[in-house]
Design a protein around this ligand. Sequence first.
Ligand SMILES: Cc1cc2nc3c(=O)[nH]c(=O)nc-3n(C[C@H](O)[C@H](O)[C@H](O)COP(=O)(O)OP(=O)(O)OC[C@H]3O[C@@H](n4cnc5c(N)ncnc54)[C@H](O)[C@@H]3O)c2cc1C
Length: 423
Amino acid sequence: MSLSRRSILKGAATTAALSVAPMIMGASHGKPKVVVVGGGAGGATVARYLAKDSKGALDVTLIEPTRTYFSCFFSNLYLGGFRTLESLGHTYGKLASEYGINVVHDWAVGVDRDKKTVSLAGGASLPYDRLVLSPGIDFVDGSVPGWDLSHQNRMPHAYKGGSQTELLKAQVEAMRPGGVFAMVAPPNPYRCPPGPYERVSMVAHMLKENNPKAKILIFDPKKKFSKQGLFQAGWENSYPGMIDWLDSEFTGALEEVRPHSMELVVGGEVTKADVVNVIPAMKAGRIAELAAITNDKGWAPVVPATLQSREDENIHVLGDSAHQGDMPKSGFSANSQAKVAANAIRGALTGSKVFPAKFANTCWSLIGTNNGVKVGAAYEATAEKIAKTSGFISQNGEDAALRKQTYEESIGWYAGISKDMFG
Ligand SMILES: Cc1cc2nc3c(=O)[nH]c(=O)nc-3n(C[C@H](O)[C@H](O)[C@H](O)COP(=O)(O)OP(=O)(O)OC[C@H]3O[C@@H](n4cnc5c(N)ncnc54)[C@H](O)[C@@H]3O)c2cc1C
């Protein structure tokens, strides 16, 4: 092919792409439009199920700023050396190519509920018949005195996936021999109730191998935490003398962190640490607040059977941002809620059959090599909330084979949920 012909064809391809782009971005196709904000556990799942099950009857757009989603689930296993970071990264190509979802890499920065449009940082405005918000969490400003987002490189939260997790791991690896890892644990409610404590287990696992005289201190505003008995027994067995869980009744309140001197002021005493993992109080992702559908605690109340916002029936809220009742803020929960919401949205927009809402969750945690524990429950929608109907939890004293089997189950779950989200 001659250069001039190639450049003409290249020019034609560019022109075609440009003339198609504005149509994809919002002009009417005559199909009902669903816009999904957030390509995580809730958003990617709901987009995929809407596109897959409607077989082209719905026009589905997914807005997500990042091109690779690094899951928070299993990020602790990366800290412990059981997973690579790459294995936690997922891209959106299949959602576009196999399911026909219009994937837009941008930030949603506003919702006009009267006009039913979402505005993007890049300037576009997308119309919707139904909007789904699954933006995860943001942090409550001022909840840890002395800390704000400008300090996240000094004192990482690692509560959003990717670079923060990488940073925290690098900091732990660089700790001086016998150094101190301090965690500021979050108050309820927060994303992944066992997450901070699984993280401590994984940091302890890494330190036991490389820095066995190091200490871990957990400053906790709560009086108890998820799977407490299982974690504390596991720590005693696997990491004796390394971990101190300090609740505020014992130590007094956390008064301040000082990122520049790596100090924590707790109950009037100053503690110096080598690594400080600050996990602040949380609220719904900011876009839910901008849509004016959050309550005074910063979460978005929803109708349990459909995940519709209590403020606006054209908006559904999934996952961590939703104030829904008994389900923990987990990836499993977000994925489970997404399927219920997809079914309700499809029913409303295409007249398809709507099945009764059923939800499930299991949270696995790894304490040490092949030492997995779990807690889980089933739920159903009542008028008031998503209500727990039954549950289960691992027991202390289980044999090694059962703990290994529980860990292996979690590996299967990770593979399954990743496929369920991204195809
Ligand atoms: C350390 C840790 C360990 C965890 N372990 C587990 C586990 O083992 N099992 C489990 O089930 N859960 C676990 N979780 C919890 C799980 O990660 C979350 O509950 C889950 O990701 C919530 O899904 P979501 O869809 O609400 O939010 P996310 O999965 O966080 O997705 C939100 C997405 O929205 C995007 N977004 C935000 N704002 C905007 C905007 N304005 N415009 C466009 N896009 C936006 C973000 O970029 C993000 O990709 C863990 C969490 C942590 C921190």
